[in-house]
Design a protein around this ligand. Sequence first.
Ligand SMILES: *Cc1c(COP(=O)(O)O)cnc(C)c1O
Length: 501
Amino acid sequence: MTEAKPLEDVTYSVIGARLTFDMSRPGRTACALPSCDVPEAELPPPELLRQDLNLPELGQVDLVRYFLALSRLNYGVDSGFYPLGSCTMKYNPKVHEELARLPGFAHIHPLQPAQTVQGALALMYDLQRCLTEITGLDAVSLAPAAGAQGELTGMLVVKAYLADRGEEGRTRVLVPDSAHGTNPATATMAGFEVVTVASNAQGNTDLDALASVLDDGVAALMLTLPNTLGLFEPSIGRIAEMLHRQGALLYGDGANLNALLGRARFGDMGFDVVHLNMHKTFSTPHGGGGPGSGPVAVKGYLAPYLPAPVVEKGGDGFVLATPERSIGRVGSFHGHFGVLLRAYAYIRTLGTAGLGQVSENAVINANYVLACLRQAYYLPYDRRCMHEVVFSGSRQRAKGVRTWDIAKRLIDYGFHPPTVYFPLIVDEALMIEPTETESKEALDAFCDALLAIAREAEEEPQVVKEAPHTTPVGRLDEATAARRPVLRWRAPESEGRETGA
Ligand SMILES: *Cc1c(COP(=O)(O)O)cnc(C)c1O
């Protein structure tokens, strides 16, 4: 017997720091097997039997409570506000999950003959068509499996096109310092040399800096729009003109299209190639990094280079085709069909007017947060934002409280922390994307929490610096957790065997 104490957190009390192994009692079981109705066979001699399996033995009720309690320690967009900037978890309509499970979609296989999956191909064909219309470009490949892979695909398309024109001398790709980190990474993977272009004091591309590095050795400029400061690029027309005059291409990172949807089109702004993130802008839950889909849209002159397959009309229906000068395949099959299906449902249920409403709400919500918090947090680029707003914790840092601490303290107030320390060009960055689907009440509650934390940073900074106070574990050594994770349970009594992690 141990002394009973009132509970601080009911969920955690079920679990404690325990694993199912710690709860194990010899002979307990979670299932009842029927009695044996076949002759019993002799077991092999004991020395051949595995001795160290040591599985936990638990009753069903304990097991169910354990896993339910574990699930309640998780935080997701269905449990509360999730203001992560840049890599947001947005709206995932539940009806899309039902659609994705319809047997006609869920039970097909990518190796089936095309004539037996005409419905799926028709959906992909129509999605390609929708995305050309949404981007203002001419052709689309749905094959890439994520945003970053879409970028790599786009840059390989650019490379193949330049090679065909005998312009292999274009070895450099320009990337503004306000771009998403995947842009320089993918340009490098595609074999280009990356040259960084500085931003000006307004957070826009510095046109003089651009002009100074723009010559006939440049293949393309990769521009994130809106950029990672959440800002639109007002000189985009001029930038496109500068590049094209030099024979270079304009690449657009359209991962966060919820800022522009139905209002501005990449093709109309002069972009030659763009990738979109279906799993950000067009629904699909993507916890833990997947699943994703990063279609690439291009101007007509780049269409022959798109990866295989693209869906075309052929025969009596639709066929999977390989474009004439294709860069090849970027995945085993035809892209992440389940994600494409949800994106298609999203586009068709919202319609043209609804898509325009998405970007309007996304931009209004972010600007509302900007207005509510600007009195308490420093706003390094003081202008209207798009879908997200980037503050700096520099005022709080003067009191010894870091952005890091503010993010941890938000957990005590019941909110998922925003993205921190990104983009790199903002000191102590605090990057908030409220998304288009949050109510005013939800935004107010979140802003109230951040305002309260700003007051705490002034009056009792220690509380913020030691947060979180309400979670099962406080601050972890994240480097060790990532580099040397302890993933294996070992029996405490195991002697002579290797122990510890
Ligand atoms: C998320 C994001 C990416 C990368 O997309 P993944 O699907 O995570 O690979 C690229 N650019 C921007 C602007 C993004 O927000």
